[in-house]
Design a protein around this ligand. Structure first.
Ligand code: FAD
Ligand code: EPU
Length: 303
């Protein structure tokens, strides 16, 4: 760890997620590879912008690793034909900067409040385009080692990727297409128009993936769920696939609401949200110190 490394802090994850629910965790904000390596030695989750996450009300037993500002690339995009960007770069600013530079390829991500790393993992996007359209390569930390993988090795699909277990995306290489600001902005206006019906209050985006050939929002709406409420968690009256937090919702409220929606829709809906500290949710990644390889090495050294 660098001498001035911030200490892990206990933080309520409700302050780091866009739905504003979730219990406490030990949060490690890392500013370089050495810190990231140290932080991932023990079991961990990786947090991006927290915009696709539902975290349990109870404290998490695994630590939460966040990439600090030095993993963000806020500056100019160069010619954009091939550009490496830090995984903590905020997608909304990136989309704006690309438009300003007359670079096309990211318009479909307009309105996605992600960090670049989270957008890679979820292959975020809209029907106008997704991150896979521009992604060429990623730089990862896997079990304490830095590795590069081409985008076509990541199994990118609809809101889906298959990264190596425990991989932390540190940087991503995008290929943007030279265009003009006016053309890029006119595509962005189309995307913006398609998002007009979405709520602007606290949410985590769409709760459920669209089933093949249909829309979860349409199904939930048709089942009469708009305005359905448990505590301060409510099915948005604007777009039925959004759960909004009216103020003081808890994760238990949100879970009870999701069950009620599933019961009414009467058809299998797959959650888009990642879940931590909840039954059926993601398990923390194994810290590299606890991998079988590390244990073998330790036993060979007689430790
Ligand atoms: P998080 O929510 O923090 O994490 C999501 C997953 O990625 C977790 O498994 C986490 O462990 C992993 N992760 C995050 N960063 C890294 C990293 N650096 N390395 C390894 N793993 C990492 N999504 C869409 O696709 N299209 C939309 O139109 C859309 N609209 C939205 C609108 C609103 C208002 C909101 C709140 C959300 C919306 N979303 C949308 C959902 C969300 O923004 C995306 O899923 C986004 O990709 C999540 O990125 P994040 O950085 O917030 O990741
Ligand atoms: N619809 C309703 N009622 C509703 C909501 C939608 O009847 O309450 C109908 C619409 O009228 C339309 C259809 O369902 O006929 C599709 O709706 P929309 O165009 O809003 O798209 P969506 O499929 O609900 C998807 C993504 C969004 C993305 C938009 C814009 C998923 C699960 N959702 O929504 O992504 O922003 O398209 O392209 O794929 C997200 O993933 O978090 C997300 C917000």
């Amino acid at each position: 760890m660098s001498a001035d490394a911030p200490q892990p802090r206990r933080v309520a994850l409700s302050t780091l997620t866009t739905l504003k629910v979730g219990g406490e965790a030990e949060v490690w904000t890392v500013d370089d590879e050495a810190e990231l390596r140290a932080a991932t030695a023990e079991d961990y989750y990786v947090l991006g912008g927290g915009s696709n996450l539902l975290v349990g009300d109870e404290a998490l037993y695994a630590r939460v690793v966040r990439l600090g500002p030095s993993f963000a690339t806020p500056g100019a995009l160069g010619n954009g034909v091939d550009v490496w960007l830090g995984a903590a770069t905020r997608v909304p600013g990136l989309v704006r900067r690309a438009a300003h530079a007359g670079l096309s390829g990211l318009e479909g991500l307009l309105g996605v409040p992600a960090q670049l790393g989270g957008a890679v993992v979820m292959n975020a996007g809209t029907r106008f385009g997704c991150l896979a359209d521009t992604l060429q390569e990623v730089e990862l930390m896997v079990e304490g080692r830095v590795e590069r993988l081409p985008a076509d090795a990541l199994g990118l699909g609809y809101r889906h990727s298959r990264l190596p277990a425990g991989a932390v995306v540190m940087r991503a290489r995008l290929r943007l297409t030279p265009s003009t600001t006016a053309r890029v902005q006119s595509l962005m206006a189309e995307v913006d128009a398609a998002r007009k019906g979405q709520p602007k209050v606290k949410s985590a985006g769409c709760a459920f993936k669209n089933p093949p050939g249909d829309s979860a929002g349409r199904l939930i709406d048709a089942a009469g769920c708009k305005g359905l409420r448990v505590g301060d968690a409510m099915v948005s009256v604007e777009h039925a696939n959004f759960v909004v937090n009216l103020g003081n919702a808890s994760t238990s409220d949100v879970l009870a609401l999701l069950s009620a929606v599933r019961e009414r829709v009467g058809e299998r809906l797959e959650l888009e949200w990642r879940r931590w500290g909840l039954p059926g949710g993601d398990q923390p990644h194994t810290g590299w110190k606890r991998t079988p390889e590390a244990a073998d090495e330790r036993s060979q050294r007689g430790e």
